[in-house]
Ligand binder design. Structure first.
Ligand code: NAD
Length: 457
């Protein structure tokens, strides 16, 4: 009997639905069937594949309300946010597929009589392992380039969002050739079995700890990996920043999706000269946020995804308070069920867990800095390096500070949202390979070179 995975609503603990887990010993067959489907798929031209994926994604747009509702029930996030995520995936597909097709065209070159052609071929079967915080968008960012490159895909959605993950894969697969996109159901064990099966590429978005475990397993056969990992991102507020704009950004960045966002600002490095004013502006904004059930109209943030996540956030806040941080707003005592209130801590220092470890919760940590050198030094502490945001009135100084930060993506007076044809990339231990942009699309393909002494056909 296959094990059953029950998906629970974090707002209430109620079971949203159940799915049968894919038995670990069946994963090899799933991968073999996916490989067979690759023969026809990889023989199609780049433009044919891009068109097929773009057409398939129209069904995602049509199903946005249904998929969004399932996501809302499984994650607890506000319904409009959940629906918006599905619509975003559908709307972005055409540009992603076209960009991938362009990036993967063969390139010819000549050196005297020697003619060469560099081609981008599919690897074969790509395992896509997705997290729960944006269960559709983050899966889509890996599935689309993998398919465009001519690979087939076996998707394993998170065990916390199996229903929306499975529905996403079925919706897209319904308009693609059979077997090109399939999904498996289960937790880390199923993910492990998939990585260990005969897949040629693993695309993973998730925590650093899981990334390291995948890398160890992939080293057995030197399976290619692309990994987008966790972060401990910073917001730097310089002394000449527009404080109202910085506080608007800080409030959204720390509390959107209850802080369960890879690029949420988990450390706010604020110049001592403007700290008191900034904290007051942030507190004013944060205390207006409404927390509640994702289906309730007008709600800004929902609960944390599960008890383990809640315990981690509470432990980080408690540790910080025991080591001298001041609670400006919220804190664990005001929590109920899995609902953790928007929390602002002041006086956070490098000796606290919350300074270094990813919290993934609705906590804004204010860290006092004295000038830009101090801000840069504190920002660059630690092993994560996903993104950062710098707010400053003197644009060239803000840019100078930004260039000194050891992270992959940096916003200047604006959030890090990604932009068309740019990579979604982490530095240090926040990433290993990346997707997005022509360079990112090429990570999903095996590059080869054909050489001849006469013109190639
Ligand atoms: P996770 O690492 O626990 O799980 C991610 C996926 O990997 C899930 O499908 C899970 O079942 C699977 N998995 C777990 N252990 C595995 C193993 N040993 N082998 C193979 N698969 C395994 O992450 P999560 O809790 O779902 O997501 C939150 C994390 O993801 C945070 O650290 C967050 O920062 C990160 N994240 C990063 C980005 C980014 O773009 N860099 C985006 C979103 C989330």
């Amino acid at each position: 009997m296959a094990e059953v995975l029950a998906s629970r609503n974090p707002c209430s603990g109620e079971v949203v639905g159940e799915l049968r887990c894919t038995p670990r010993d069946a994963i090899g067959d799933v991968v073999a069937r996916s490989a067979n489907a690759g023969d026809r798929w990889s023989a199609m031209t780049l433009d044919e594949r891009a068109q097929a994926i773009t057409t398939a994604a129209e069904a995602l747009g049509d199903a946005a309300a249904t998929l969004g509702r399932t996501s809302c029930l499984e994650t607890g996030k506000p319904l409009p946010v959940a629906i918006g995520e599905v619509k975003q995936a559908a709307a972005a597909t055409a540009a992603m597929a076209t960009s991938a097709a362009e990036a993967l065209r063969s390139v010819s070159s000549r050196q005297g009589d020697l003619v060469a052609r560099t081609v981008y071929d599919p690897y074969g079967v790509c395992a896509v392992l997705a997290p729960w915080n944006f269960p559709v968008w983050l899966a889509h960012c890996m599935v689309v380039p993998a398919l465009c490159a001519g690979n087939t895909v076996v998707l394993k959605p998170s065990e916390n969002t199996p229903l929306v993950g499975d529905a996403y894969a079925r919706t897209l697969a319904a308009s693609l050739p059979p077997g090109v996109l399939t999904s498996v159901v289960g937790g880390p064990g199923v993910g492990e079995a998939l990585v260990a099966a005969r897949v040629q590429l693993v695309a993973f978005t998730g925590s650093r700890a899981t990334g390291k475990s995948i890398l160890r397993s992939a080293s057995e056969r030197l399976t290619r990996v692309i990994m987008e990992l966790g972060g401990k991102d910073v917001l730097i507020v310089l002394d000449d920043a527009d404080l109202a704009a910085a506080a608007d950004f800080a409030c959204r960045s720390a509390f959107f999706n209850s802080g369960q966002v890879c690029v949420s600002s988990e450390r706010m490095l604020v110049d001592a000269r403007v700290e008191a004013k900034f904290v007051e502006l942030l507190r004013e904004r944060a205390q207006r946020l409404r927390m509640g059930h994702g289906l309730t109209e007008g709600v800004d943030l929902g609960p944390l995804i599960h008890q383990g996540q809640f315990d981690r956030v509470a432990a980080h806040v408690t540790d910080a308070c025991e080591r001298g941080a001041e609670v400006v707003l919220g804190g664990p005592r005001q929590a109920e069920g899995l609902f953790f209130p928007p929390t602002i801590l002041r006086g956070v220092t490098p000796g606290m867990k919350i300074f270094h470890e990813e919290t993934f919760g609705p906590v804004a940590n204010i860290i006092t800095v004295h000038g830009e050198d101090d801000a840069v030094a504190k920002a660059n502490e630690g092993d994560y390096g996903l993104s950062a945001v710098v707010f400053g009135g003197d644009r060239s100084r803000a840019e100078r500070v930004a260039r000194r930060l050891d992270v992959g993506m940096i916003g200047i007076n604006r959030p890090v949202t990604g932009a068309r044809d740019t990579p979604w990339v982490g530095a240090k231990q926040s990433g290993y390979g990346f997707h997005g942009s022509p360079a990112g699309h090429r990570h999903f393909a095996q590059v080869r070179v054909l050489l001849a002494d006469a013109p190639l056909a």
